[in-house]
Design a protein around this ligand. Structure first.
Ligand code: NAP
Ligand code: GLV
Length: 302
């Protein structure tokens, strides 16, 4: 295990196997992971762990890699498959929390919550003013959902309740072509997994296609957006604003974004509720225990 998990989950894991757990601060160093995976039958990994070819090659006894996340772009799944190692993730249990958080970001950026909070904390607020920090109302606006899977659909359902019209684009071609979605939507929200196909899906050309009054929301993976191009688009007011939960080189944030007022920056909090993180840990543990017990995992990656 690359970190500890809630007590109830640790108890289940310790009853089922001998556990070697990284107890250091922060992310387990990659070299430690390579060294300590040797001889292990299972690896329980976090979204921040690079489960690279060198980790998998060092884990010659590995039978399962159980990721505590729905995204699994941190794992070299090609090498894992070559070696017959099962990779599992934690879908569904985090859909509501992540969709809720996406709505929180949509509201924060369109209602200028971050700007207002900074104004109050800096002591610059002089009282209610008729035209202070005016934002954009959601009712009647179009939300473009890019990647219409579990989280994309859950975001769409929530946005409908706010009176928004929903359009989506997908890989299969159902819905609207991406170009048209970008040029007609008031808010564009990204929910595709990070793959070689979706890396920099949103770059300079795509941002230039968006309305000048539109907002970009990214709660999926940082590299889906070209951060340098986004900083340029926000600085030059090519789009009205953005709200981000994920970054190209976490925990680094493009320095230009840090000084811009029209972007909301969250520290990868999409699934961060106590209930959801516990459910994710529990599901990952169930996957791991099932495979070690010779049973099929509950949620193998597709
Ligand atoms: P999902 O159900 O698999 O949905 C992803 C959707 O994207 C699928 O419908 C997929 O279509 C579509 N897609 C894939 N490639 C595409 C492309 N090139 N263009 C358009 N659509 C494409 O996954 P999910 O559970 O919604 O999770 C989505 C992502 O959210 C995860 O991969 C993860 O990166 C991110 N996430 C972030 C947080 C956070 O803390 N910020 C929390 C949870 C999840 P197909 O079905 O045809 O492949
Ligand atoms: C979190 O980012 C996840 O993919 O679950």
């Amino acid at each position: 295990m690359t970190r500890g998990l809630p007590l109830s989950v640790m108890t289940r894991l310790e009853a089922a196997c001998d556990v070697d757990r990284f107890d250091g601060k922060g992310v387990m160093p990659h070299d430690d992971l390579v060294a300590r995976v040797a001889g292990k039958h299972a690896l329980l990994s976090m979204v921040t762990d690079a489960v690279s070819r060198s980790v998998i090659e060092a884990g010659t006894n590995l039978r399962v890699i159980a990721n505590v996340a729905v995204g699994y772009n941190n794992i070299d799944v090609v090498t894992a498959r070559e070696r017959g190692i099962i990779v599992t993730n934690t879908p569904d249990v985090l859909t509501d929390a992540t969709a809720d958080f996406t709505l929180a970001l949509i509201l924060a950026v369109t209602r200028r919550l971050g700007e207002g909070e900074r104004m109050v904390r800096r002591g610059n607020w002089k009282g209610w003013a008729f035209d202070q920090l005016l934002g954009m109302q959601l009712r009647g606006r179009q939300l473009g959902v890019v990647g219409f899977g579990r989280i994309g659909r859950a975001v769409a359902a929530r946005a409908s309740a706010f009176g928004m019209t929903i359009v989506h684009s997908s890989r299969s071609g159902s819905g609207m072509p991406l170009d048209r979605l970008l040029s007609t939507s008031d808010i564009v929200s990204l929910h595709v997994p990070l793959t070689s196909e979706t890396r920099h899906l949103i770059g300079q050309a795509e941002l230039a296609r968006m309305k000048r009054s539109a907002y970009l929301i990214n709660t999926t993976r940082g590299p889906v957006v070209d951060e340098t191009a986004l900083a340029w688009a926000l600085r030059s007011r090519l789009i009205a604003g953005a709200a981000l939960d994920v970054y190209e080189r976490e925990p680094e944030v493009h320095p230009d974004l840090l000084s811009l007022e029209n972007v909301v920056l969250a520290p990868h909090l999409g699934s961060a509720t106590t209930e959801t993180r516990t459910a994710m840990a529990d599901l990952a543990a169930s996957n791991l225990i099932a495979v070690l017990g010779g049973k099929p995992p509950l949620t193998p990656i597709p």
